[in-house]
Design a protein around this ligand. Structure first.
Ligand SMILES: [Zn+2]
Length: 310
């Protein structure tokens, strides 16, 4: 059973916690999970990118998604990873869930701060695929294998925090989620968001892979009794299995709607299908929705071909 059943997020749990987004000091979601939100709120990033620190002063910390290359944010993240005497820089590993601009570019400057303090902290993740956009090029120091476990151990060997890597292509070909085994928490990166919908942008984004990855996450959350999902944007989400099932149903309903629009307008093109298939969505979002529409169209055509064509 997970060690903790409650999480200190005002939007997800019953305990009081700051309701505003904390970009200056970390919010302790659990004794061993801190969230520091990058000061990059916006159309695509919601309240900003959530950087997470997993660990404690005795075990050291793993940083998940250092965020954009924002020197102040990176310095605050470094300072938040405290030793027992309160000094910062107690980092062991830096992990990037994927290579997008709001997640990975902070890794190198965070690593440089550690190096200045005399500690070599490797950056882990998956290298960006050839399909990634030019601004999302990323090469980690070491690749994370699917199922690989990253364990932090205290000096007594009793305290431990273990993250398991789960390859989840779909939003980005090199996307990885991380499951904190002892606490039953899932760090979902951009695969699952709270308050916004993940964009699937082909060719690096892929709808078939996205749906398969959701199934994989459902299995992993079941196996490890995961209750809370901690997304890279937005509040913690309770009822992990329900949230995943809801997300999959939402995607399949959208795909069914797009398929029927395509069937009714067989001579049309994506620009003509878009306003019909997304008539329930603010037109302001249509340029972004078009990327996901293209991913659905690709998936629909693949299914129609019997799942054999590229
Ligand atoms: Zn993001």
């Amino acid at each position: 059973m997970p060690r903790h059943s409650q999480i200190l997020d005002s939007a997800a749990g019953p305990l009081p916690a700051p309701t505003d987004w904390q970009t200056l000091k970390p919010v302790a979601l659990l004794r061993n999970v801190l969230r520091l939100t990058a000061p990059n709120p916006g159309f695509m990033t919601g309240p900003g990118t959530n950087s997470y620190l997993v660990g404690d002063a005795h075990t050291g910390f793993i940083a998940i998604d250092p965020g954009p290359a924002d020197a102040d944010h990176v310095a605050r993240l470094w300072a938040a990873a405290t030793h027992a005497d309160g000094s910062g820089g107690n980092l062991r590993l830096i992990v990037c869930t994927h290579s997008h601009l709001d997640h990975a570019p902070g890794a190198a400057p965070l690593q440089a701060l550690c190096a200045q303090a005399g500690v070599r902290v490797p950056i882990l993740g998956l290298a960006s695929a050839p399909t990634a956009r030019a601004n999302s090029h990323f090469v980690p120091d070491a690749a994370l294998a699917h199922g690989q476990r990253l364990a932090l151990l205290g000096p007594s060997g009793q305290d431990s925090h273990t993250l398991q890597a789960i390859h989840t292509p779909g939003h980005a070909a090199n996307h990885v989620c991380l499951l904190l085994e002892e606490d039953g928490l899932l760090f979902s990166g951009d695969h699952i968001l709270n308050g916004s919908t993940t964009v699937i942008d082909p060719p690096d984004g892929h709808m078939g892979h996205y749906l398969d990855s959701l199934d994989l996450l459902h299995q992993a959350c079941t196996a490890h009794s995961v209750h809370f999902i901690l997304p890279a944007h937005g509040h913690a989400m309770p009822d992990a299995l329900g949230a995943i099932a809801h997300l999959k149903a939402h995607r399949l309903a959208r795909e069914a709607k797009i398929a029927s629009v395509m069937q009714a307008n067989p001579q049309g093109d994506p620009d003509q299908w878009l306003p019909l298939a997304y008539d329930d969505v603010n037109p302001r979002l249509w340029p972004v929705a078009k990327r996901s529409l293209l991913a659905h169209v690709e998936h629909i055509q693949w299914l129609k071909s019997g799942g054999h064509a590229a």
